[in-house]
Design a protein around this ligand. Structure first.
Ligand SMILES: Nc1ncnc2c1ncn2[C@@H]1O[C@H](COP(=O)(O)OP(=O)(O)OP(=O)(O)O)[C@@H](O)[C@H]1O
Ligand SMILES: [Mg+2]
Length: 506
């Protein structure tokens, strides 16, 4: 490894009003290493990255690149100096094509005009290096978020990056896609690129990183060699205490619902061409049904049909035994169904509203905007859920857009929990959430079920699907291939079905 760091940040401090997001933090990146930046939600990881790329100006400290003092005016200037960043949320234009998104602002030109053929050719090349099988002329928004994320990464690699910063690049990827991404990361590392990697997936961090820097509450805890650190040591460094919460994850089984009770929701032959083939699914009160499958297997698509976000073109739904037509999310909400979407940016959070306004949003919408929830009640609800979910900062008036990604996710969850729905559909509710908070959210979901809510739980992390679910519907290639119950609800079994499809559906 080269002795001089490629990037050296020292004594970096950044404050947002009264919030000291970073206090005298150091970070050193060497060429040819994968460096993980670790910390709980709100620890300051994204802020440190934005300080590096000039999105935030620093109150104190120094940044050196190649040994020379550097202060970038923004991501474009940083990128010109070889520092490319892919942020936590996909920041591309969904209505432009894949090729345009890849090459936006640096389109190949011929005699002053955009060379569309050259652009297509270049796009195919770039996608090829990442083994992405995408039509460059398709609209970016037509692809799942995971794909969009990979396109964002491809865009970052396309320039001649010396430093590649990835802020939670894998939170929406499946195992295969992560493996693909890691192959690319290793290739870049071996060619001398320094990679700064942020992730809440402990196993991934141990797999890919050479060194780690751990932050806690805006302060540097330490820099470690991955090989010399145990998982428990890492987690303790992140949370600053031993993690008892991790050990009491085991879920007390819910009271089995009486079989003669009609299901809270039952779908038969529910499907939509091109999205998901007809599926039968029933969820009873107090029961958690997991949907497992790779990205694109139809799990999100099925959830969207249940919620009326997309229209089914076959099948029937009954709610508490009565046949209903769910033509819109509004109708679903009226029927007592709540849906927390995986795409928090497009469908979820409203960044320029307060935490309080975001928490009461769905409740207000379902009462109608003419019947305002009294302010006192709004604050009561917000304070209660801020405490229950440990949302930080614990300020109902904070602007949501200023919260860290994981804390935004918690606010979104609170929005649906206050509705006390009969059926709660959660699509990737713990994505981007740190280990401690993940455990909190999982026990919260279990608690909701214990109190009688029917839950549909979707996650790319099979561990948590299996831990929480009474039954698991396994989807593969847009088809339900099996429904597991009892002892069959096990990671190995689910994995095998995802891989092979197994036999026919039981
Ligand atoms: N623009 C902003 N205005 C005000 N406060 C901010 C702003 N950006 C970040 N913060 C605050 O700074 C702290 C650090 O946030 P940051 O986004 O860096 O956390 P993070 O480590 O990336 O967390 P996560 O894992 O949830 O993404 C948090 O308390 C956050 O609320
Ligand atoms: Mg962040």
């Amino acid at each position: 490894m080269d002795r001089t760091p490629l990037v050296e940040m020292s004594g970096i401090s950044v404050a947002f009003g009264p919030v000291q997001a970073l206090a005298s933090v150091d970070l050193r990146l060497h060429p040819g290493e994968v460096h993980a930046l670790m910390g709980e939600n709100g620890a300051g990881k994204s802020t440190l990255i934005k300080a590096l790329t000039g999105v935030h100006t620093v109150d104190a400290g120094e940044i050196r690149v190649h040994g020379e003092p550097a202060a970038f005016g923004g991501p474009a200037a940083a990128q010109a100096a070889g520092i490319s960043t892919v942020y936590q949320e996909v920041n591309l234009c969904p209505n432009l094509t894949v090729a345009e998104n890849l090459l936006l602002g640096r389109e190949p030109r011929r005699m002053g005009r955009i060379d569309w053929r050259g652009m297509r050719r270049r796009a195919v090349e770039v996608l090829g290096t990442l083994h992405l099988d995408l039509d460059p002329s398709s609209a970016l928004g037509a692809h799942p978020i995971a794909m969009q994320q990979l396109v964002a990464i491809a865009r970052a690699v396309e320039v001649d990056a010396r430093v590649l910063v990835l802020d939670e690049p894998t939170s929406s990827l499946d195992a295969d896609e992560v493996a693909e991404l890691f192959r690319v990361i290793r290739r870049l590392r071996d060619s001398g690129v320094a990679i700064l990697f942020v992730s809440h997936f402990i196993e991934q961090v141990f797999e890919i990183s050479d060194r780690m820097t751990v932050l806690r509450n805006g302060r540097l805890v330490g820099e470690y060699r991955t090989a010399e650190l145990s998982r428990m040591q890492l987690v303790s460094a992140m949370v600053g205490r031993e993690l008892e919460v991790l050990e009491r994850l085991d879920r007390a089984p819910a009271e089995p619902a009486a079989d003669d009770q009609p299901a809270v929701l039952a779908a038969s032959g529910l499907g939509r061409r091109g999205a998901v083939e007809p599926v039968d699914l029933a969820v009873r009160a107090g029961e958690v049904v997991g949907l497992a499958g790779l990205l694109g297997s139809g799990r999100t698509e099925l959830a969207r049909l249940l919620f009326g976000a997309d229209h089914a073109d076959s099948g029937e739904i009954t709610v508490a035994g009565r046949s209903v037509r769910i033509r819109s999310p509004r109708a679903a909400i009226d029927a007592g169904i709540a849906f927390s979407s995986e795409d928090r940016k497009a469908e979820g959070v409203v960044g320029d509203l307060s935490v309080r306004a975001n928490i009461v949003l769905a409740m207000q919408a379902s009462r109608g905007w003419m019947r305002r929830i009294p302010r006192r009640r709004q604050y009561e609800l917000a304070r209660r859920w801020i405490e229950l979910l440990d949302i930080r900062p614990a300020d109902p008036d904070a602007l949501l857009g200023n919260l860290s990604g994981g804390n935004q996710q918690k606010v979104l969850l609170a929005r649906w929990l206050i509705m006390q729905p009969r059926l709660l559909i959660l699509d990737e509710p713990t994505r981007g959430i740190d280990v401690g908070a993940k455990a909190q959210i999982q026990s919260l979901v279990a608690e909701q079920a214990r109190q009688g809510t029917a839950v549909v739980f979707i996650s790319a992390e099979l561990d948590e699907v299996v831990r929480l679910s009474d039954r698991v519907l396994v989807l593969r290639d847009r088809r339900a291939v099996a429904e597991l119950a009892g002892e069959d609800v096990a990671v190995d079994r689910v994995m095998e079905l995802i891989a092979t499809g197994g036999g026919t559906r039981a």
